[in-house]
Every structure is written in structure tokens, then in C-alpha cells.
Unconditional design. Structure first.
Length: 243
């Protein structure tokens, strides 16, 4: 299985990665739908929708403040770094992520499409003001330019994705020779459809996930382990084959 995955990488001119919360799990960021994930403890309708924020902004901010505080001491792991290194080994490499933690960037990946925004950004609900950083902004922060409420710079359920992100992600999926689907349950759209689009366009699909997902059914290779081990093993096998 590892050799097969490495063989696909060896011949690839264009590689797309679709990563989800499992990619960050080994850095200590909780996932959403695992037994200990966020959605086993909290109701997404109360924390991750525009309606929830309109109803109770302090409650929503309290959850994001805690996640921002935790993120300040979190670092990318070897798997993130391997993906960043692959940018110099593959002619075209794009990481499409549902993660809001910025760990792909922190590891050195440059070509990253962040479908769900970023935890370290807060933006104004009324004007174009946005601020990046993990400083605690307080229980109900206001815009310094127009005094209106600031909100977390993430995408909530029912909202549009950042302009251009969906188009760029699907263009990468259609163009790639290999799509690596890493650490996502494959149930949140539109990210979940990247795999089908890539497969239909002729790409090889490698899934890295300890647990089967709806994507497993049409993956060419399913690696049932954590992403750090799987990526390390692919990287090693690929190097042994030569590049
Ligand atoms: P989920 O929490 O739904 O799924 C995480 C996946 O990672 C599961 O399939 C796990 O089996 C897998 N996993 C766990 N540990 C892993 C590891 N060490 N290596 C590889 N895989 C591992 O997270 P996502 O699919 O990313 O959206 O969720 C997508 C979206 O749902 C999130 O961006 C968020 C959430 O609601 C919004 O809040 C809008």
C-alpha cells in the first residue's frame, strides 16, 4: 500500500491534498466528529452558525477565544512539514484544507487554500476591517474603525466560502494526477466532493485515515494509520524509489 502510494507520487506532475481535522489531531487540535471531538461535546447550531452568533455573540466568542488560546501553543507536526517539502519535489502542489488553524502555512506550505477561513483572524461584521493574531480580543470585541461587532474569521455552517476558494480548490482537484485525502470524515460540502471530482477527472486517490469514510469506497489506496506515520512512510518509500 505504501509503495503503491509512493509510486503514484513518483509519477505525479500535479498533486492536490485535501486535509481535514485529522491532519491537525497529532498536533493536539481536537477533531469535530471523533468520540472526543468538538461535536461530541457541543452543538454546532449553538456555536458555528450566523444565527448562533446573532443570538449570543458572547457564547460564540467564548468558544473561539478558548480555541484561539489553545492554538497559540500548538505547532505543526512532521506530516505537515513533509507536505511542505513536497512543494519542491512536485511541479505543482496545492493543499486544500478545511482546517482553520494555519498549521499548513506554519509548516512552510505556500500554496494553501483555506476553505473555512482562519481562527487567528477576526473581522468586522459591518466593514472590511480584519485583524490577524491570537491576542485575546475580549468577550465581545468591537471594530476600531466603525465600532460594530467583530466576529471570528471562520466560515460557519450556512455561509459562503471565501471568494474564489471553492473555484480554486475544484480547479486543483480536476487538474491533479494524485489527490491525497487526509484526516477528513468526508461529510462536509463542498470539500467532500473534491475526491469525486478528482477521481472522475482521472486522478489517483490516496486516503489517509485510521477510520473508513464515504471516500474510501473509491480511493485507490487507503492507508489506515495516523497521518504523520503514513506521510513519513510514503516520503521514505518515494525517496527510496528516487524522484
Ligand atoms: P471530522 O472531525 O469530521 O473528521 C476528522 C477525521 O480525521 C475522521 O475521519 C478521523 O477518523 C480522522 N482522523 C483522526 N485522527 C487522525 C489522524 N491522526 N490522522 C489521520 N486522520 C485522522 O473533521 P473534518 O472532516 O475536517 O467545519 O470536518 C469538516 C468540518 O466539519 C470542519 O472544518 C468543521 C466541522 O464542522 C465547520 O465548522 C464549518
Amino acid at each position: 500500500m505504501i509503495r503503491q502510494a509512493a509510486d503514484y507520487m513518483l509519477g505525479a506532475q500535479s498533486v492536490c491534498v485535501s486535509s481535514g481535522a485529522g491532519m491537525s489531531a497529532e498536533s493536539g487540535v481536537p477533531t469535530f466528529r471523533d468520540d472526543s471531538g468538538h461535536w461530541s461535546k457541543f452543538n454546532p447550531a449553538e456555536l458555528a452558525t450566523p444565527e448562533a452568533f446573532a443570538r449570543n455573540p458572547r457564547k460564540v466568542w467564548a468558544w473561539y477565544r478558548e480555541r484561539r488560546r489553545a492554538l497559540a501553543s500548538i505547532e505543526p507536526h512532521a506530516g505537515h512539514r513533509i507536505l511542505a517539502e513536497w512543494e519542491s519535489r512536485v511541479p505543482e502542489m496545492v493543499v486544500v484544507t478545511q482546517n482553520v488553524d494555519g498549521l499548513h502555512h506554519a509548516a512552510g506550505s505556500k500554496n494553501v487554500i483555506e476553505l473555512h477561513g482562519r481562527l487567528d483572524v477576526a473581522r468586522c461584521t459591518a466593514c472590511d476591517y480584519a485583524i490577524q493574531g491570537l491576542d485575546d480580543l475580549g468577550p465581545d470585541p468591537r471594530c476600531p474603525e466603525c465600532e460594530q461587532r467583530l466576529r471570528p474569521g471562520v466560515v460557519w455552517f450556512g455561509e459562503m466560502l471565501p471568494p474564489g476558494a471553492t473555484e480554486a480548490a475544484f480547479a486543483a482537484a480536476r487538474k491533479c494526477d494524485v489527490l491525497l485525502v487526509i484526516g477528513t470524515s468526508g461529510v462536509v460540502q463542498p470539500a467532500a466532493s473534491l475526491a469525486e471530482v478528482a477521481k472522475t477527472a482521472g486522478a489517483r486517490l490516496i486516503e489517509i485515515n485510521p477510520t473508513p469514510t464515504p471516500i474510501s469506497a473509491y480511493a485507490d489506496v487507503c492507508l489506515r494509520s495516523g497521518c504523520r506515520d503514513a506521510l513519513t512512510a510514503i516520503d521514505r518509500a518515494w525517496r527510496e524509489m528516487g524522484s
